[in-house]
Design a protein around this ligand. Structure first.
Ligand code: NDP
Length: 435
């Protein structure tokens, strides 16, 4: 805490991991001697820079951008860029730290990083977003590269923003390389990247349910968020026979007891991306649905829950409400949506609980596959990628089980993910000596 004053999100993320790692390394002298955990928790570097741009009314705006390059022991830095007013250095440090473990868990050669800005794309015109993205990349380009650091999208950064940033990178460097992932299919993007995080989280949920001899058929699901991860998680739950009851955004949640089927999901996707609308409009569009302003959906009775919006959106009391409502499994589509108390509540109740670093790794995994396709200069087929995503999610599940099984047979996925991710990065760092 003394070393990182005021960085609550970062401290929270490190504390959660450290508890499990200390137990694992208790009898492993090398990891202690070489201060491996401390080194992973100190980013390789943090780049902070000014982003200056002009809005449509010709006002000059000055904002801050960051890239946190946490660790590149097993591959180039890799992790998303977030544009949201809540972005701070602490938030990006926590995300880059978590990303290091997540990327290791995928089994692909990717280090951990994260970046972003406190820029709020909401309410901005396309031209304003373009000018901001170009200005952001005008500084970032000197710190990234296909073999150095490969950013992707995150909250507030989708296909449109990646396109503007990639265009600017190409213009400045005169190089067409795979410097960003999440690109459009016309210029080096990969099939199924858009769907991968949400679909992957549901595949992981399915693997967890299998350990209890059940699946998603006929189950009810509560989902938060209405962005990329949430809508694709909803889509996959529906495809696998489940019924999605809720979606949300930063203004509240909608509850549709009839179920949010594919047609309704398509409406939400178009409404949130093309029309940049609010989820509250859903209740006006579809009979029987209700909007609950300023609330999260965890009080709605369900069999499974997928928090897919943002960090710390599911607290201890919410975890208790979910359990009281019959929930048996939770898979985090977002990064750290459940706070520490919530995680303890789930674990104590022996609920199946998958942390984001395991359950939402499908997105970065397909980003890793996009990097491979860019290096090969070819595009793989959809069926091939779908199978690879499924295999990778099953592989992550197996790694969590290998390191997370408790004496009573309960699988502690948090512990399993922390230890499996740590071990891979730590062993690479040991091989490099003190650097
Ligand atoms: P989007 O920007 O597409 O959607 C984010 C959703 O979360 C929106 O519905 C948004 O509502 C809501 N939200 C954002 N901030 C808050 C807040 N402070 N309180 C309540 N709701 C909020 O982002 P993604 O779907 O891509 O990302 C969602 C989560 O998943 C993030 O934690 C991200 O880091 C994580 N993730 C994403 C990956 C990806 O491939 N996209 C990969 C791995 C993790 P509103 O419209 O009102 O802002």
């Amino acid at each position: 805490k003394k070393r990182n004053p005021g960085q609550t999100e970062f401290i929270q993320a490190v504390q959660e991991v450290a508890q499990d790692i200390y137990e694992f390394i208790a009898d492993k002298e090398e990891y202690h001697h070489y201060q491996i955990l401390r080194r992973i928790a100190e980013p390789d570097r943090i780049i902070s820079f000014r982003v200056c741009w002009e809005d449509d009314s010709h006002n000059i705006r000055v904002q801050r951008g960051w890239r946190v390059q946490n660790n590149n022991a097993i591959g180039p830095y890799k992790g998303g860029i977030r544009f949201h007013p809540s972005v701070t250095e602490s938030v990006l440090k926590f995300l880059a730290f978590e990303q290091t473990f997540k990327n290791a868990l995928t089994g692909l050669p990717m280090g951990g990083g994260k970046g972003g800005s406190n820029f709020n794309p909401k309410g901005k015109s396309d031209h304003e977003v373009m000018r901001f993205c170009q200005s952001f990349m005008t500084e970032l380009y000197r710190h990234v590269g296909a073999d150095v650091d490969v950013p992707a999208g995150d909250i507030g950064v989708g296909g449109r923003e990646i396109g503007y940033m990639f265009g600017q990178y190409k213009r400045i460097t005169n190089q067409f390389t795979g410097v960003l992932t999440g690109k459009g299919l016309e210029y080096g993007g990969s099939l199924i990247r858009t769907e991968a995080t949400g679909y992957g989280a549901v595949y992981f949920l399915q693997s967890m349910l299998k350990t209890r001899g059940t699946d998603l058929e006929g189950k009810t699901a509560v989902i938060s968020g209405s962005g990329n991860v949430a809508t694709h998680a909803a889509e996959k739950v529906t495809q696998l026979g489940g019924k999605v009851l809720t979606l949300s955004d930063s203004e509240g949640f909608i509850h549709d007891p009839d179920g949010i089927d594919q047609e309704k999901i398509d409406w939400v996707k178009a409404h949130k991306t093309k029309r940049r609308g609010r989820i509250s409009d859903y209740a006006r569009e579809f009979n029987g649905a209700t909007f609950h302003a300023g609330m999260t959906p965890w009080g709605v009775h369900c069999d499974v829950a997928l928090p897919c919006a943002t960090q710390n959106e599911l607290l201890g009391m919410d975890a208790r409400a979910l359990i009281a409502g019959g929930c048996i499994a939770v898979a985090e589509g977002a990064n750290m949506p459940t706070n520490l108390e919530g995680v303890h509540v789930f674990k104590e109740a022996r609920i199946l609980f998958a942390p984001g670093k395991a359950a939402n790794a499908g997105g970065v995994a397909v980003s890793g596959l996009e990097m491979s396709q860019n290096s090969e200069r070819r595009a793989w087929k959809e069926a091939e990628l779908q199978q690879l995503l499924l295999d990778i999610m099953e592989g992550i599940h197996d790694r969590c089980v290998a390191y997370g099984r408790a004496d009573d047979g309960y699988i502690d996925y948090v512990k399993g993910a922390n230890i499996a991710g740590f071990k891979k990065v730590a062993d690479a760092m040991l091989a490099f000596g003190v650097v």
